[in-house]
Design a protein around this ligand. Structure first.
Ligand SMILES: [Zn+2]
Length: 108
């Protein structure tokens, strides 16, 4: 599990996005995620655990470290592109918090 509240939030946001994406794009009506989405979330979680930033962590799409493998990065960008705008409707608080964080410059 992510090691602090900032990462915990990032993980929760990502999880919500992947669930939304899986349900609508993969037409998955099960309560859980499909196998490929499950793998993506597990991958994202393992990246967050290894992230060198702590409380000042930028959101992953702003992060200068680019720790995702190219294929996974493409996958997660697709999820964010799809789920990002929809989050504003279904989870306004989470989405706004995510957007506000984007404005913060990472301290390196
Ligand atoms: Zn899926």
């Amino acid at each position: 599990m992510p090691k602090n509240s900032s990462m915990q939030r990032e993980y929760e946001t990502l999880k919500t996005m992947i669930h939304l994406y899986c349900r609508e794009v993969h037409q998955n009506n099960e309560s859980g995620l499909c196998l490929s989405c499950k793998e993506l979330l597990a991958y994202a979680n393992s990246r967050l655990e290894k992230c060198p930033y702590s409380e000042d962590k930028p959101t992953c799409d702003q992060c200068p470290v680019h720790c995702y493998k190219p294929a996974r990065r493409k996958q997660i960008q697709e999820v964010m592109r799809y789920a990002g705008p929809r989050m504003i409707r279904s989870h306004p608080v989470m989405a706004v918090r995510h957007l506000m964080k984007k404005l913060k410059k990472p301290k390196v």
